[in-house]
Design a protein around this ligand. Structure first.
Ligand code: TRP
Ligand code: SF4
Length: 526
């Protein structure tokens, strides 16, 4: 989409963006050349791997528009089991909402209809500090975002809408989280430097608070953040901070020493093989030395390294018995919380200086107990937030969709006739002549008009997208007619959407959200 709107692709200038080389830059030009690279480079997982766990997936999920995720399985599972879950996303009010934002609006609304607690926020602090938007402009744009979100079906009775600057709980949470983050980290993640304005940094910490806010309201729960991949740095930072503020860390161990995940897998294999004989560390070392882990292709090297270190630890353990246990490590707990946890652990346990070993508890029970004690003693008990990532739409004129190029995008406020014309004028994946098109077929995969069908115009109707696609690539469909059909659908969509926006005015007026702020100031750089 563009440089000054959320989840945006493209961009020209930036406020005080990175000088360092950050690959995913929330305020820069977020052109993602190769989505697959994001999986390898940042550990974003393919949405394909989780889509089967989703009950009745949204069309954006079915069509691969939502292509990646972090830990969405936790949300899918809660959804399937009728357990609490939440979704939250935010919008920077720097311009008109457009068809790219509609993807996120739809994702929020879908999660709401699936039974989630859903939050939509206006990132006014970010717009002011990182984009230099005036408060008046922010008020106006915020109103437009909210009207479209409501018009598309967001239910403000069960969900919550807020402005960052008006949410005191978010501000307080940000302050708390900020005490676990430092400048070096912001430098590494965002490329911030000595020139970055402080309020921009405050808006970042506010975003981490936004992301955890659904867990503050009520109770910790799986929460999904639907965004474009340019926002992943914020998600990663927040997942870290969510862990750093926890009182306890729960791990699994077999003796007094700590193990990493690979080492643990090996020691568990040793334990399982020897359990009946009441093994000690030396016995396990002997067994492990002769053990060849089953083939795990690319992980082989890691596992070989883990074998070496696991052997060292076991040998140093000598005659200490090998006994599986869950371990509660004290991270930030108050003394009272630590004492309370000791008292609450059932069954055989051993208490050490900074940790407790429990011999008769499952990992899951231990996690739940740690969270409960933490919450009872003034902690947050956060879960790490999940995320889903959607592809950026191609501009109607080819290349990036950018709000500084009006012909490249369609605003949700565009006159329906203009919307119609923009689609008619769009670049296509068609051939030079009708004959060639009939002979070779069109290139639907390279076609912005096909994208319009798949991302928006076809709605839930998979048959329509499939028909357009196959007719196109088989050469049965010519671009003129295809665009006419799309342009008419766009006009209808905009007409209907704008009627619903008018109806949503009353709904918005009833909400407790100040869109006429009397704030003063000039904001950050442009
Ligand atoms: N930074 C986001 C953007 O550029 C806006 C935002 C603020 C946000 N808080 C959020 C997005 C929380 C998702 C979740 O658009
Ligand atoms: Fe695109 Fe339609 Fe032309 Fe195919 S026929 S290239 S989908 S405009």
């Amino acid at each position: 989409m563009d440089e000054d709107t959320p989840h945006a692709d493209g961009g020209t200038e930036r406020a005080d963006g990175p000088t360092a080389d950050v690959a995913l830059d929330p305020w820069g030009s977020a052109s993602v050349g190769d989505y697959a690279e994001l999986f390898a480079e940042f550990g974003i997982e393919a949405f394909d791997d989780v889509v089967d766990e989703v009950t009745d997936p949204h069309y954006l999920m079915r069509r691969g528009v939502i292509f990646g995720h972090r830990e969405y399985d936790a949300v899918a599972e809660a959804m399937a089991n009728d357990e609490p879950f939440a979704a939250l996303s935010g919008f920077m009010p720097t311009g008109d909402p457009h068809i790219g934002h509609k993807l996120v609006f739809d994702e929020l609304i879908w999660h709401q209809r699936q039974g989630g607690d859903v939050f939509g926020l206006i990132a006014d602090l970010e717009a002011h500090s990182a984009r230099g938007m005036s408060w008046d402009e922010i008020d106006e744009h915020a109103r437009n975002y909210l009207l479209s979100l409501l018009a598309l079906g967001f239910d403000p009775e069960t969900g919550e809408l807020y402005r960052q600057s008006d949410n005191r709980a978010v501000q307080d949470l940000g302050f708390e989280l900020g005490s676990k983050a430092n400048f070096s980290e912001f430098e590494a993640i965002y490329g911030f430097d000595g020139e970055t304005n402080i309020s921009h940094m405050q808006s970042v910490i506010t975003q981490t608070a936004d992301i955890l806010y659904p867990q503050l309201v009520d109770e910790p729960k799986p929460t999904v953040i639907p965004v474009g991949p340019d926002q992943d740095p914020h998600v990663r930072l927040t997942r870290d901070l969510a862990t750093r503020v926890r009182y306890f860390k729960v791990t699994e161990a077999f003796a007094s020493f700590e193990l990493d995940d690979d080492e643990r897998r090996l020691v568990r294999a040793a334990y399982d093989a020897l359990a009946a004989d009441g093994p000690d560390c030396e016995n396990a070392a002997e067994w492990l030395a002769a053990y060849e882990p089953p083939d795990r292709d690319e992980q082989d090297a890691d596992l070989a390294a883990a074998k070496t270190t696991a052997l060292e630890k076991l040998r140093a353990g000598g005659k200490e018995p090998l006994r599986p246990r869950v371990r509660f490590l004290d991270r930030n707990a108050t003394d009272e919380a630590f004492e309370a946890l000791i008292a609450a652990v059932d069954g055989d346990k051993r208490v050490f200086d900074g940790h407790i070993d429990a011999f008769e508890m499952s990992r899951g029970d231990a996690e739940a107990l740690a969270r409960e004690v933490e919450i009872d003693h003034g902690g947050f008990g956060f879960r790490q937030p999940s995320s889903i990532y959607h592809r950026f739409m191609t501009g109607l004129t080819g290349g990036k969709m950018s709000s500084s190029v009006p012909a490249s995008h369609i605003s949700l406020l565009d006159d329906p006739e203009d919307g119609y014309e923009k689609v008619k004028a769009a670049t296509t994946g068609g051939r030079d002549t009708a004959e060639k098109q009939r002979e070779l077929g069109g290139e639907a995969d390279e076609c912005p008009v096909y994208e319009l069908y798949a991302y928006l115009l076809a709605g839930d109707d998979d048959d329509l997208t499939k028909t357009v696609y196959s007719e196109c690539v088989n050469g049965e469909r010519l671009c003129g007619g295809c665009k006419e059909q799309a342009a008419e659908l766009m006009r209808e969509f905009l007409e209907e959407h704008q009627e619903k926006r008018a109806e949503a005015e009353a709904l918005l007026a009833d909400l407790d959200i100040d869109l006429d702020s009397d704030r003063r100031g000039t904001g950050g750089e442009h």
